[in-house]
Design a protein around this ligand. Structure first.
Ligand code: NAD
Length: 492
């Protein structure tokens, strides 16, 4: 561990409200663990109703104060400055993300920090491009009058952003960047397992001169801090990424006050491998699609549908890749599979494996000796499964995949769509007709052809069915942070 990281871990760690770190409303300390060793590396306070109240008041004051009068070009510049400062701090941010989450330092650096910088720069550009429309209307009251009609886009207001632990920094930036570009103010609540990168982000935001109250960061468990935040009447918009169960609960409560909400939820994404797919793609399929970030990716390929004629051969090759992946700490750049985020989550994933075996599924890889101390699960593939099994229907959110054969594309699509989720899907084929047909027929927010798990700041992202409501990224993300006001002017 670097000296800088050790110094940061020593703290103190406090919420960031109204441009300053504060103990006001701090409650019980929550331990943050290093998933590679199980050691406690930091303690971060939990904030309840009083802390949430302070954050909402700060965000509201900023919204109604200088932030609302700031020129879009100045908001753009601040987002660009934030991106540059994050880039400069990248080594420490990535190390903290690996220490709190367990993930590979390469992924933390490339996607965690690199992605955050890219998304901020992308949305900085949108700050100066927000626009409404003008409309030809047929209003004839009073007779002979003329009307000019147009929409004005306005920031939705105070945004509560609640994010999971799988990509702690990037998930926060996916919400902060478009929200600030649109002129909203934000209260971010990171997951209780991974609050450290968010607190480092607060230091960076203060350093670049983000006006006080524009970005507030508050820590604690979902059942305490998250619940207080989402129930607060001063919040205008909730943007949530996490499990479908919690998302449903948040959505139901939000309707009581008509608080706007966007939900990015779970998935059980299929990867369809056709017999005519390019040969030798198994390392990419496994490394990028199935086991990237230990399968702790909402779009992870957790259901494999393989054409019957190549089923045995493909499965054998994928199992070979899985069993050859090196397990180790995220700080070891050679390790390809790192620990899961927590002991609790590791036990949950192992529970899925045990129940799948008990239900008669056949584990074709993944039974091997694990490194000691950390929360490891080896990449695991199940064969001999059927549609109604838990391992085929429920999101595991770990390196565990269920494989099934199909005879033709219609059957593959039927199996792929046989899920309550609809976040993403991929098809691997050289046949353009199959690729287009599947892209239309799959009920999923994203369909990849000959790829899996790739995202872009300009490409909308979100779920069909129970995988969510709304879209992030691209122009589509702006809708989540803007209200549309129609102005009708009668003139003579
Ligand atoms: P989770 O739902 O348990 O927690 C997510 C966040 O919600 C955390 O910050 C948590 O503290 C908070 N939370 C929990 N209960 C709450 C409550 N009652 N009120 C308010 N906030 C509450 O999910 P998790 O285990 O942290 O993350 C894994 C899940 O996230 C998976 O289902 C995964 O698919 C999903 N995910 C979805 C996307 C996407 O973009 N669709 C991306 C990443 C992860």
């Amino acid at each position: 561990m670097s000296e800088e990281a050790a110094r940061f871990l020593n703290g103190p760690h406090r919420a960031f409200i109204k441009g300053a770190f504060t103990d006001e409303g701090a409650g019980e300390a929550i331990a943050v663990h290093d998933p590679a060793t199980g050691r406690v590396i930091a303690e971060v306070p939990e904030y309840g109703a009083a802390g949430v109240e302070a954050a909402v008041v700060a965000a509201r004051a900023a919204l109604e104060g200088p932030w609302s009068r700031m020129r879009p070009a100045d908001r753009e510049k601040l987002l660009l400055d934030l991106a540059t400062a994050i880039e400069a701090d990248g080594a420490l941010l990535a190390e903290l993300e690996t220490l709190e989450n367990g993930k590979s330092i390469g992924i933390a650096r490339g996607l965690g920090v690199g992605g955050s910088v890219e998304w901020l720069r992308y949305f900085a550009g949108w700050a100066t491009k927000i626009e409404g429309s003008s409309y030809d209307t047929s209003i004839a009251v009073p007779p002979g009058s003329h009307h000019f009609s147009a929409t004005i886009k306005e920031p939705v207001g105070v945004v509560a952003a609640i994010v999971p632990w799988n990509f702690p920094l990037l998930m926060g930036i996916w919400k902060i960047a478009p929200a600030l570009a649109c002129g909203c103010t934000v209260i971010l609540k990171p997951a209780e397992e991974t609050p450290l990168t968010a607190l480092r982000l607060a230091e960076i935001a203060a350093r670049v001169g983000l006006p006080e109250g524009v970005l507030n960061i508050i820590t604690g468990r979902g059942s305490v801090t998250g619940a207080a935040l989402t129930a607060h009447p001063g919040v205008d918009k909730i943007t949530f990424t996490g499990s479908t169960e919690v998302g449903q609960m948040i959505g139901r409560k939000a309707l009581d006050t008509m608080t706007r909400f966007t939900l990015e939820l779970g998935g059980k994404s299929p990867m369809i491998i056709c017999a005519d797919a390019d040969q030798g793609q198994e390392p990419l399929m496994a490394g990028l699609g199935m086991f990237f970030n230990q399968g702790q990716v909402c779009t992870s390929a957790s259901r494999l549908l393989i054409e019957k004629s190549v089923y045995d051969r493909t499965l054998e090759a994928l199992a070979g890749v899985a069993d050859s992946m090196t397990l180790g700490s995220g700080l070891d750049p050679k390790a390809q599979i790192n620990p899961l985020v927590s002991a609790r989550h590791r036990n949950r994933v192992n529970g899925f494996i045990e129940r799948a075996e008990a239900a008669g599924a056949r584990r074709i890889c993944g039974a091997r000796t694990l490194p000691e101390g950390g929360y490891f699960v080896a990449p695991t593939i199940f064969d001999g499964v059927s549609s109604e099994m838990e391992i085929v229907q429920e999101e595991v959110f770990g390196p565990v995949v269920a494989a099934m054969p199909f005879t033709d594309l219609d059957e593959a699509i039927r199996l792929a769509n046989d899920s309550r989720y609809g976040l993403a899907a991929s098809i691997w084929t050289r046949d353009l007709n199959k690729a287009f047909h599947a892209s239309r027929a799959l009920k999923a927010g994203t369909v990849w052809v000959n790829s899996h798990n790739t995202v872009d700041a300009n490409a909308p992202f979100g779920g069909y069915k129970q995988s969510g409501i709304g879209r992030e990224h691209g122009r589509a993300a702006l809708d989540a942070y803007l209200e549309s006001k129609t102005v009708i002017i009668r003139y003579s």
